[in-house]
Design a protein around this ligand. Structure first.
Ligand code: KG4
Ligand code: ZN
Length: 359
């Protein structure tokens, strides 16, 4: 049984936005008492990517067991839980719905406050788990399978967005290139591993350097979102890799999988570090954090650490287990929302394309 003070705030976090069914219990916003993740990777590998229908079905099968285990591992019962935090967007609608419906059912039955959490706010909040000294404001680069954002975290759950991807997210590029070079799903971790055997300078792929703030037709094309100097772009790099592979095939030349992986990864890392450091210098940042699945990339972590040290900034990053999807980060974000008085009603619904900064 976990030692629990009457004044402790215990949050049960639930995450099911993509292919991980996860539940966690976090004490006072920073201490993870349990963190259970049931991954569906093996199930989706044969299809080369996440199949939404299969993901939803598997979440339904797993979610009760995962929550029970999270409570058991934390040594608590639902009676000890102060609030339930659940990811309600962005993500796959059917997958999100499983977590949201489950959280609502438990909250209703046990009369526990319910808090809908933004998945990306969760990724950022993963940094609070292992860095007790980290408090806003700080700059954060959020790099996941569906998002690439450069933001200033002004306060808990409050963001100023400086830049975002104009096309593919960084993780999406990793996954697509991995497929093209025969590594399959999940692409990011496989490229990370194979790249260690390759030469990152074997092929000079282009570095996206988005500095044109073209606010006319492009602005319109992206639904009136303003372009900035801190935007990212990865589809050109992805096309360059595909062109390189096609050219080799046409000329009957062999290509080296490890060299392509390492050279592609280096180009992504250079773009991410370059944009981050430009933003950090312009905004006189002293604390810089990374978050999201791609933040577990070993080359990126090393390059970012070096760049932050060179620029006199303190560097923060979650351990890999808290970079990829997990429920501890959702419980942490939920804790700070709870402290601010945020509560969701029984009308809480899944919002698959929820934007950062929206509630
Ligand atoms: O944050 P996440 O788990 O889910 C989303 O919210 O999207 O990120 C998943 C993405 C995938 O594209 C995956 O390939 C990538 O993160 N990823 C990595 C690594 N581990 C996961 N990318 C590069 N290197 C890694 N080690
Ligand atoms: Zn995620």
């Amino acid at each position: 049984m976990t030692e629990k003070n009457m004044s402790d705030t215990l949050i049960l976090g639930i995450e099911s936005s993509c292919d991980e069914t996860a539940a966690a219990v976090v004490r006072n916003g920073r201490e993870v008492l349990s963190n259970v993740i049931s991954s569906q990777i093996d199930l989706h590998t044969i299809y080369g990517g996440v199949v939404p229908e299969i993901a939803s079905r598997k979440h339904i099968e797993k979610i009760n067991q995962v929550i029970r285990l999270a409570l058991k591992n934390a040594g608590v019962t639902l009676d000890d839980i102060s609030a339930i935090a659940v990811t309600y967007g962005p993500g796959l609608v059917g997958a999100l719905l499983v977590g949201v419906a489950e959280a609502k059912a438990i909250a209703y039955a046990k009369n526990i406050p319910l808090i809908g959490v933004h998945h990306i706010e969760g990724h950022v909040s993963a940094n609070y788990i292992e860095h007790p000294d980290l408090e806003p404001p700080f700059m954060c680069e959020i790099i996941s399978g569906g998002h690439t954002h450069l933001v200033i975290v002004k306060d808990y759950g409050e963001f100023e967005i400086l830049g975002r991807t104009r096309d593919d997210a960084a993780g999406e590029a990793f996954d697509k290139v991995a497929r093209a070079i025969g590594l399959g799903y999940p692409g990011g971790p496989k490229i990370d591993k194979v790249a260690k055997e390759g030469n990152p300078h074997a092929i000079e792929f282009p570095r996206s350097h988005v500095t044109d703030t073209g606010k006319t037709s492009l602005t319109f094309a992206r639904g009136n979102q303003e372009m900035t100097d801190y935007d990212f772009s990865f589809s050109g790099l992805k096309s360059a890799v595909l062109n390189y592979l096609n050219k080799c095939t046409m000329m009957h030349q062999e290509w080296n999988q490890a060299d392509v992986a390492a050279s592609f990864q280096q180009a992504v890392v250079d773009s991410l570090v370059d944009t981050a450091m430009r933003g950090a210098r312009d905004y006189h940042v002293t604390k810089f954090a990374i978050a999201g699945g791609v933040a577990s990339n070993s080359a990126l972590r090393a390059a970012m650490e070096k760049a932050c040290a060179k620029n006199g900034m303190k560097f923060y990053r979650p351990s890999p287990v808290y970079c990829t999807d997990n429920a501890a980060m959702i419980a942490v974000a939920g804790y700070y929302e709870f402290q601010k008085g945020a509560r969701s009603g029984w009308d809480l619904n899944a919002v698959p394309n929820l934007k950062l900064g929206e509630r």
